[in-house]
Ligand binder design. Structure first.
Ligand code: NAD
Length: 510
């Protein structure tokens, strides 16, 4: 077996070639490297394929079956037939299968993390963290599957008994992004299966390998055929339209940009004869406020993770960092010093690397343009501020911009890149107004040691999630989701089953 360390040194970095066999052989279990589509329980090689590239090296690491609309049609019809039986499995059976699945992810975490780093580029340690995070959703929902509670309602007139129960929806259309190719799928597939639904999954075309492996592990965990089909495709808009417009798909759930989420919601409303449920986990523009009484050590640790995790490509990344004028200079100096002394940009398989590439040339271009616009409007570059072309076309240097203000595009746009935009503020009213001056509201963070201020700001921040003295909020136990244009619905937590069920009311005349 070829180990990854040797694989790295042997790689021909300049050659763009298909090294699929080469890569799959380097896995502890080569069966986890899957390139065929999973349709109705069968692994199908399609005549067409599309390449998956390692964003660090540009190498093609796999050619994956390219599913057509007719494949999706087959998967949807199969998922509907499977639903008619799967909905009658007992909660305990579904719980057991989900527990198996979570355990299988953990047992195979090294290989699953390799897949993530290969196709997404994030550092291997972060990829390992993502696998465990994914597993936590399967385990969480294995426990929630047996807690699909309803209510018993006292009838006001006394001679009626009233109940509410939760029932599954049917076929769920799932569209997942490339930034957490394993965890975002887990967060949707786990509650869907826990409640007795069946799924048809469209993974991001950049990162299908991390999705396909979960289909394989679903089979090993005991889920029946057609309960979770996973179909890689390069026909992204066409498939999105099909899932939204299909009358057998009872719910559509998507994580990605607000632009695409809005489009999919319109398609659900216009193209389908049925009214369907939608869950949308969309973009953010997270404020991160450091008050003058903050513990700066903690705030610094918070921003390093919250801003730069996965090179800034998470929807809950700090996007605008508001620092009180009393601590602004000290914080900026310490932030730059920390970055210079601890950040190491490069290929995610290199153990010393802390930060990887962006996902695409378009992502690098977007970040560059935002930084240039900010510079032209008066922002000062304290660190970075340019592409790291010597490492590869998708690398951008971790950057600190000082003097950012509301006239700049970067203030109003989700950067999705490694740029810390520092905004100086003087008082609470000013900073709350600026923090809420955005049409999205996913996550927000602030640091203070004043309990009264903590309570006030948490209530006034217009976001679905708030971190107080922490930059790390994601957890399977927490309701995850946004307000404003950050979307609809909540994933995870004790509320996570609600979006995958209908509440039925039953009245019994005594
Ligand atoms: P995008 O919204 O275009 O793509 C995100 C996902 O949606 C991808 O997996 C893509 O395959 C899919 N998609 C795109 N168009 C679709 C369509 N018509 N129908 C169905 N699925 C479709 O985002 P992007 O171009 O990859 O990134 C741009 C911005 O999107 C980022 O800068 C960021 O702001 C946001 N984004 C957010 C998240 C998140 O976690 N909320 C994830 C990815 C991207």
């Amino acid at each position: 077996m070829i180990r990854y360390s040797s694989l790295l040194t042997r790689r021909t970095t300049n050659a763009i070639r298909v090294s699929q066999r080469y890569y799959s052989q380097s896995f502890d279990d080569p069966d986890l490297f899957r390139t065929r589509a999973l349709i109705n329980g069968k692994w199908i090689k399609k005549p067409d394929s599309f390449p998956v590239r390692n964003p660090s090296t540009q190498e093609i690491v796999a050619k994956v079956s390219d599913c057509q609309l007719s494949d999706y049609e087959d998967a949807i019809v199969g998922a509907k037939a499977a639903f008619d039986e799967f909905r009658h499995t007992s909660p305990q059976e579904r719980s057991d299968m989900l527990e198996n699945l979570g355990n299988l992810l953990i047992e195979n975490k090294q290989d699953l993390a390799r897949l993530i780093t290969l196709e997404n580029g994030k550092p291997f340690a972060d990829a390992l963290g993502e696998v465990l995070y994914s597993a936590s959703y399967f385990r969480w929902f294995s426990q929630e599957a047996v807690r699909m509670y309803g209510t018993v309602i006292p009838g006001p007139s006394g001679n009626k008994q009233m109940f509410s129960i939760r029932q599954p929806l049917g076929v769920v259309g799932i569209m997942t992004p490339w930034n957490f190719p394993s965890a975002m799928l887990a967060r949707k597939v786990a509650p869907a299966l826990a409640t007795g639904n069946t799924c048809v999954v469209k993974p991001a075309s950049e990162t299908p390998l991390s999705a396909l492996v979960i289909g394989w592990l679903c089979q090993q965990a005991g889920f029946p055929p057609s309960t979770c089909s996973i179909l890689p495709t390069s026909k992204t808009p066409e498939v999105g339209k099909l899932l939204c417009g299909h009358d057998l798909v009872k719910k559509v759930t998507f994580t990605g940009s607000t632009r695409v989420g809005r489009l999919l919601m319109a398609q659900c409303a216009q193209d389908s004869k049925i009214i369907k449920k939608v869950s949308m986990e969309l973009g953010g523009n997270a404020p991160f406020i450091i008050f003058n009484d903050a513990d700066l050590d903690k705030a610094l640790n918070g921003i390093i993770g919250c801003k730069f995790r996965q090179s800034g490509q998470t929807c809950v990344c700090a996007n605008r960092i508001f620092v009180h004028k009393d601590v602004y200079d000290e914080f900026a100096t310490r932030l730059v010093k920390r970055m210079i002394s601890t950040f190491n940009l490069g290929d995610g398989f290199n153990e010393k690397v802390t930060h990887g590439p962006l996902i695409s040339a378009a992502a690098v271009e977007k970040v560059s343009q935002l930084v240039e616009d900010a510079k032209q409007k008066g922002a000062e570059v304290l660190a970075g501020g340019k592409k790291a072309e010597a490492l590869g076309p998708y690398f951008y240097r971790p950057t600190v911009l000082s003097g950012v203000n509301e006239s700049m595009d970067i203030f109003h746009t989700e950067v999705f890149g490694p740029v810390a935009s520092l905004v100086k503020f003087e008082d609470t009213e000013e900073v709350i107004r600026m923090a809420n001056n955005t049409d999205v509201g996913l996550a927000g963070y602030f640091y203070t040691q004043d309990i009264n201020r903590a309570q006030e700001i948490a209530l006034r921040m217009e976001t679905g999630m708030v971190g107080i003295n922490t930059g790390a909020i994601s957890d399977a136990a927490l309701p995850f989701g946004g307000i404003k244009n950050s979307g609809l619905g909540r994933e995870g937590s004790l509320h996570g089953l609600e979006d995958y069920t209908e509440l039925k009311s039953i009245v019994l005349q005594a």
